[in-house]
Design a protein. Structure first.
Lengths: 281, 848
């Protein structure tokens, strides 16, 4: 079994990297699996949203007309684990233009803030290198919600635990692909080994860039603020246009430094106290 | 399609779109309404094909296309005429194809007069009958010396079809067309040039259309326009070419093959007429053809009668031909609705539809339902067509009263497709079997169960009567094996009967095995072969990775499992592929047979140089180089002498309701359109009428990916309802400004039929058009909502008028007129008051 996950990046503690975590599965460790969402192929049919909810038995998020183009589910949430964003970009004369569509999902970060901060151990790194919330352990504290730089996680209506994409962990276990990728009619959502998806994404970008100036990959770089995503995206415009943070950084990035600083401060304080006590004598 | 090529079905299959060099999607929002099939358009685009979407709106299809061309709703024939004009003017037709495979060289009668000569009419018009007689549209001298007709293979004779066509479209210049369509002349040129550049020996182009072509008073003629283009460019019967008719929803193709229509029997055999067809011989002579595949009409009809009446059908009793029902006029769906209103139609089975929301002028439909004696609704839930008697908008407005509605409603739960065995015939003539996964819940049953047991009970009652009038029912074979506690009939046994059997009771393998002597039975001749070798061929699911790209072992396509029909045309007259790149079916000289990637749509051993003897019959009369085997002359028809009521060539007419005058002819709209002027089905006046400016905006209706037609199957599902929870109207920022509409707020939309309200979606994707020098705004309405379900809203179809295409009896939903104002609509008794004011303003009170 190859170790598909990248080596930990300088500045992160080992325990928050997908590679180190998956390695704890020993012989059961699998290739790191993920998504490559190619927005140039998305037709905005939302089959991914529906397939996800059907498979994962998620309720509707309410029946609200938002007026935000054809997007009425608005964002990823505890009940919506795939979300298609619609961005209208018509040219001034309006004969032509673009209608960008992007199916968003949990990024399954290499350095996952949600996993780092989870106090109950409900959030785990699976043998596939994916990040999964175990709803029977989650107590709904919500630390993970603020620790996610993408706003992926939310509270589930049903049991008030936290919910997000599991990359269909149950389907992966039996050799099936995630429901959204299976349902996608145009192969905009591609599922596979993350290393292979990264290569595929690079090649695809080269082709797409010949036609579209602003085309770019998102979360393809293992050196970015989350160590790269297990979910990669090919976008036709800047990430913020789709409602994605341009430079996401895992909030626990500085945790080792902070612990070190805190350790030094604690040591200094202890030293001062000892010194004080000694000098009193 | 039927009149141009011979069969009323898509000429190609969706997977074949990947081979196209250019795809024009027009009259269809394919990405939204056929997202699964659209993957093959995306595949073609990724391989470098040009994908053009011609549509009033910038939709999800436009977003995926390489070019979007906005045109005004209802101006399609002008646009297609512009393309034909471009091809002919610049001599870009695929001449070898046109000369050999189409009726382009055929000479027409001297007394034929074109619509260009008669200001929008062809010769043969009878104003008193509002219709045409067709003698002058016939080929020259056909009646004197029989076939083949006189031709000019140089295409120079002024009376040949090619030259007639050239004159017919001479005025459809890019500038004129652009003025009518509200687009730029350059767009017309670009689309025409893309098609020309991607057609010929080495390249092929495809057209995809859907209900935005059919749902016009000129629907059939619009499709004819595409047929002419594809024949001129040599794109029919070839890989990557063709015309893909994308059907409105599951098994719509099947519902015309094994018809739910009043005027045909299975396999497009005409329904006998009460006065025209006295006996079987008479019927075969008048409805069959001497030449082409319809020359075998006797085999098809006799085998059908044997399937239906079994042992009872004998040569002595004309195979029970007398027992078939007869028609004596128009008994189409909308005509029947008028009958309900008039009290002549007293009962109604409403199955697989929701007319109280989904049909044009749904308010009139609700009034019709409220005037019945009985109504049977079979559906998954209590749809609006079952609940109208207590919750219709007309109850709320006080126009109908529950206590005075006599209709007895029988609402019966229906089993869903996963709860029963059966087949779908999809958009590409493909029969796909679905197996029952779970038992239906509660009292739900399959449709097959319902009709079978209903039939059994009627037969029992009839048997007791022993009257001659009971014979049509009493003689019917009605004995399928039953299974399970509910005695569900075996769907596969039905499919086997449709396939048919020979004298020994063995399943037939194709329609060539059918006989006219009563020794074979076949429920639908075009489906013959779907149970070949006693195997349900429609249930085959061999993965695509284990067979060729044509995937002939995935399910089964009619006819005879052919995926591209008329595929003889993929080879040149000598039988060689037009090019290596577009090789598909060709003549193998060594083996002396047709071969290739698909089942040849031709007599397998008929040589390419075969010349019929004088007096040859049926398929023997088709020469070895004539690919359109269903046609009497084996040719693709650029010009249609028979089988179409409103003209041999497409003419641009304005929609029945239009805010502008016809720029080409004095005749404003299709003179043959079928109208039903009556209270609650008034027509908005058009410009040449008085008050033609009262409804200034173009209204068009459509669907969204997220919902299914009238909503019965999607407004009840949370995962779909949340995706498009409310009824909205799409308007441009300019119209919003003009009428003071606020994005996200409410608007009231009205016609002379109804007033409704919708949330406002102001979007740059909708652009006002410049039509004939004036700015024209449009209001776009998805039509999925009604009064019931998880998400509710007004029904867009309430606004529509019932006026139909004269050939297919299909309503015009894609180009009408309306007005829009800001705010919510009136409620209760204010509705009739508001509508009276509208009618007064449009001076419609007297319109009957």
């Amino acid at each position: 079994m190859s170790r598909a996950c990248p080596e930990p990046v300088e500045g992160f503690i080992d325990l928050t990297s997908a590679a180190a975590e998956s390695a704890t599965y020993g012989a059961e460790e699998r290739d790191r699996m993920g998504f490559f969402t190619d927005t140039t192929l998305c037709i905005g049919c939302k089959a991914c949203e529906v397939a996800c909810k059907e498979w994962n038995q998620l309720p509707s998020d309410g029946y609200e007309f938002t007026g935000e183009s054809y997007d009425n589910t608005k964002e990823l949430s505890g009940n919506t684990w795939r979300h298609v964003a619609f961005v209208e970009q018509m040219e001034p004369e309006r004969d032509t233009g673009r209608w960008l569509m992007e199916s968003d999902v949990c990024k399954h970060c290499t350095h996952a803030g949600c996993l780092d901060v989870c106090p109950t151990g409900a959030i785990i790194r699976t043998e596939f290198g994916t990040v999964v919330i175990q709803d029977d352990i989650c107590n709904g504290c919500g630390y993970c919600v603020v620790a996610c730089p993408f706003g992926v996680i939310g509270e589930k209506q049903e049991d008030h635990t936290m919910g997000k994409c599991t990359l269909c962990y149950d389907r992966l276990k039996v050799g099936e692909q995630p429901a959204c990728a299976k349902a996608c009619p145009t192969e905009s959502i591609q599922y596979g080994v993350v290393d292979e998806l990264r290569e595929r994404a690079e090649k695809r970008l080269e082709k797409v860039q010949q036609k579209f100036d602003g085309a770019q990959l998102y979360l393809n770089d293992p050196n970015d603020g989350v160590g790269g995503g297990g979910s990669l995206f090919l976008l036709l415009d800047k990430p913020q246009v789709y409602g994605l943070p341009p430079n996401p950084i895992v909030p626990t990035k500085d945790l080792p430094q902070r612990w070190r600083t805190a350790g030094i401060a604690a040591a200094a304080l202890f030293g001062a106290v000892v010194l004080c006590a000694v000098s009193r004598r | 399609m039927g009149t141009s090529f011979g069969r009323g079905g898509a000429t190609t299959f969706q997977q074949d779109l990947q081979n196209s060099d250019c795809i024009v999607i027009m009259g269809s929002n394919m990405a939204e309404n056929h997202p699964v099939g659209f993957q093959w358009v995306m595949e073609a685009r990724e391989r470098g094909a040009t994908v053009i979407h011609v549509d009033p709106r910038f939709t999800r299809t436009s977003a995926a296309a390489t070019k979007h061309v906005p045109i005004r709703a209802g101006s399609d024939i002008a646009f297609l005429g512009g393309i034909i004009h471009y091809i002919l003017k610049n001599d870009r037709a695929f001449k070898e194809y046109v000369v050999n495979y189409t009726n382009g060289p055929v000479l027409l009668r001297d007394d034929f007069k074109d619509s260009e000569e008669l200001d929008g009419f062809f010769s043969g018009w009878h104003a008193d009958k509002n219709g045409y007689t067709h003698e002058t549209w016939q080929y020259k001298d056909m009646d004197t010396h029989g076939e083949p007709p006189d031709t000019d293979k140089t295409l120079q004779d002024p009376r040949c079809v090619y030259q007639v066509l050239k004159r017919h479209y001479a005025r459809y210049t890019p500038e004129t067309v652009a003025r009518i369509c509200g687009t730029e002349p350059q767009h017309v040129i670009d689309v025409a040039e893309a098609l020309c550049a991607n057609s010929g020996r080495e390249r092929t182009s495809a057209f995809c259309y859907s209900v935005a072509w059919t749902q016009h008073t000129t629907g059939v003629q619009t499709i004819r326009g595409a047929a002419i283009i594809q024949l001129l460019l040599g794109n029919i019967g070839r890989p990557g070419g063709g015309i893909l008719a994308l059907r409105g929803h599951a098994s719509i193709q099947g519902s015309t093959d094994i018809p739910t229509l009043f005027n045909i029997l299975p396999g497009y055999i005409p329904m006998p007429h009460a006065h025209a067809h006295d006996d079987l011989k008479d019927f075969i002579e008048s409805e069959g053809a001497k030449t082409g595949s319809w020359g075998n009409m006797d085999k098809y009809i006799v085998s059908l009668l044997k399937a239906w009446f079994g042992e009872r059908a004998t040569e002595q009793n004309d195979f029970c031909f007398d027992l078939l029902p007869r028609i004596n006029g128009d008994h189409s769906s909308y005509r029947s609705i008028m009958g309900m209103l008039d009290g002549t139609v007293k009962g109604f089975f409403c199955i697989g539809e929701n007319p109280a929301v989904g049909s044009a002028n749904s308010g009139l439909h609700r009034r019709a339902l409220a005037n019945l004696e009985w109504l049977v609704v079979r559906d998954f839930s209590e749809i609006e067509s079952a609940s109208f008697w207590y919750d219709a908008p007309e109850i709320e407005s006080g126009e109908l009263h529950t206590e005075s509605i006599p209709t007895e409603v029988f609402w019966m739960p229906a089993a869903a497709h996963a709860e029963k065995d059966g087949s779908f015939t999809n958009t590409q003539r493909l029969l796909q079997w679905h197996h029952q996964a779970v038992e239906p819940k509660g009292e739900a049953h399959s449709d097959l169960w319902f009709y079978y047991h209903l039939g059994k009970r009627i037969k029992e009652k009839i048997a007791a009567q022993e009257e001659p009038f009971s014979d049509p029912i009493a003689f019917l074979t009605w004995n399928y094996p039953e299974k399970g506690e509910t005695a569900d009939p075996d769907a596969q046994a039905v499919l086997r009967e449709i396939n048919g059997w020979d004298a020994n009771g063995r399943a037939l393998s194709d329609y060539n095995g059918l006989k006219a002597d009563g020794s074979t039975a076949c429920g639908c001749w075009i489906y013959c072969g779907c149970f070949k070798d006693e195997v349900n061929q429609t249930a085959r699911r061999k993965p695509g990775s284990e067979q060729s790209w044509v995937a002939p072992e995935w399910a089964w396509a009619w006819p005879a499992n052919r995926r591209i029909i008329y595929n003889r045309a993929s080879a040149d007259p000598q039988g060689k592929p037009w090019s290596e790149r577009k090789k598909y079916v060709w003549w193998d000289e060594e083996k002396a047979e047709w071969t290739g990637h698909d089942v040849p749509d031709f007599n397998k051993t008929k040589r390419p140089d075969y010349t019929p003897e004088a007096g040859a019959k049926a398929e023997d009369a088709i020469a070895g180089w004539q690919p359109f085997v269903m046609q009497e002359d084996g040719l693709g028809w650029l010009f249609v002498p028979n089988g179409i009521v409103d003209g041999p060539l497409p003419v641009f007419y304005e929609p029945h309701e239009s805010p502008v005058k016809n720029a080409l002819y004095s005749q404003q709209a299709n003179p043959c359109r079928q109208q039903f002027p009556r209270t609650f089905n008034e027509s908005n006046p058009s410009p040449s009428d008085a008050h033609g400016d009262v409804f200034p905006f173009v209204l068009h209706t459509y669907r969204l990916t997220e919902h299914h037609t009238a909503g019965g199957m999607s407004r009840t599902v949370p995962h779909l309802s949340e995706l498009q929870p409310e009824f909205f109207c799409e308007v441009s920022p300019e119209l919003a400004q003009l009428r003071g509409l606020t994005h996200g707020d409410w608007a009231t939309i009205f016609t002379s039929r109804a007033v409704i309200e919708a949330r406002v979606m102001v979007t740059d994707r909708v652009k006002p058009m410049r039509v004939d020098g004036k700015t024209l705004h449009s209001v776009g309405l998805p039509y999925h909502w009604g009064s019931r379900g998880l998400v509710t809203g007004d029904s867009a179809n309430d606004l529509l008028n019932i006026t139909l295409d004269p050939n297919a009896h299909i309503q015009e939903t894609k180009g009408l007129t309306c007005d829009i104002i800001s705010g919510r609509r009136p409620r209760g008794k204010d509705v009739p008051d508001f509508m009276n004011a509208v009618r007064t303003r449009s001076h419609l009170e007297g319109q009957e």
